[in-house]
Design a binder for this molecule. Structure first.
Ligand code: 3PG
Length: 211
């Protein structure tokens, strides 16, 4: 398993409309104890925002999410991504993610998809949309038959359920938009981002329950 995200159990998934907000967003997350981010390619200015983070926040482990095509992989590599996240794994995207030297976390939503990703060389994947496809129950059920695949659940993960995911032996991190919502970012509500980041880090560092 890659060590890149070893110290990042909580990864905010963000959509940044205005690149001018990118650095302050990262500083607020850093103040809250978060050192990794997934910037989604869901806005027209996402790549510009990623470049800003790369330039001004060198300590932030920089993920690019909503990777849908081989071109997205190339654009993200160019912009300075440290890791790549996709919601699923199509045949063309699979080849592009196999070629990249970056850590690639393809999306899976079922045992078959997890096995397919594993067979393609991806041992760390994303479970998406986690709550909708079974969440903690699904991950518990597939841990014994598919023990070598490690998951980052996103989609419906919040402060209320993140700990139950992190307690699972097949979960290396959780991700979600709740820590820095589009509203928080547009309103430049850095105090709220910092507070939610602090809370999430506290929950993540509380003792692991036995499952
Ligand atoms: C993602 O891209 O991983 C999801 O949009 C995150 O889902 P959430 O909004 O429920 O956190």
């Amino acid at each position: 398993m890659s060590d890149l995200l070893k110290t990042s159990p909580v990864i905010p998934v963000v959509a940044i409309e205005n690149p001018d907000n990118a650095v302050e967003l990262c500083l607020a997350l850093n103040r809250g104890g978060i050192n990794a981010i997934e910037v989604t390619l869901r806005t027209s200015k996402a790549i510009a925002a990623i470049k800003e983070i790369k330039k001004h926040c060198p300590k932030m482990i920089l993920g690019v999410g909503t990777i849908l095509t081989p071109d997205d992989v190339l654009a993200s590599e160019d912009a300075g991504a440290d890791f790549l996240v996709s919601p699923g794994l199509s045949p063309d995207l699979k080849v592009a993610l196999q070629k990249t030297k970056l850590l690639a976390l393809p999306g899976t939503a079922s045992p078959t998809e997890a096995l397919t990703a594993y067979e393609a060389g991806f041992h760390m994947v994303k479970l998406f949309p986690a709550e909708a496809v079974g969440g903690v129950k699904l991950l518990k059920s597939i841990q014994a038959p598919i023990p070598k695949v490690m998951f980052m659940p996103t989609g419906g993960v919040r402060t209320s359920n993140m700990r139950s995911y992190l307690d699972l032996p097949n979960v290396y991190a959780v991700g979600g938009t709740w820590i820095a919502t589009m509203n928080d970012i547009e309103n430049r509500d850095w105090a709220s981002v910092e507070q939610k980041a602090t809370e999430a880090v506290q929950i993540a560092s509380s003792p692991k329950a036995s499952v």
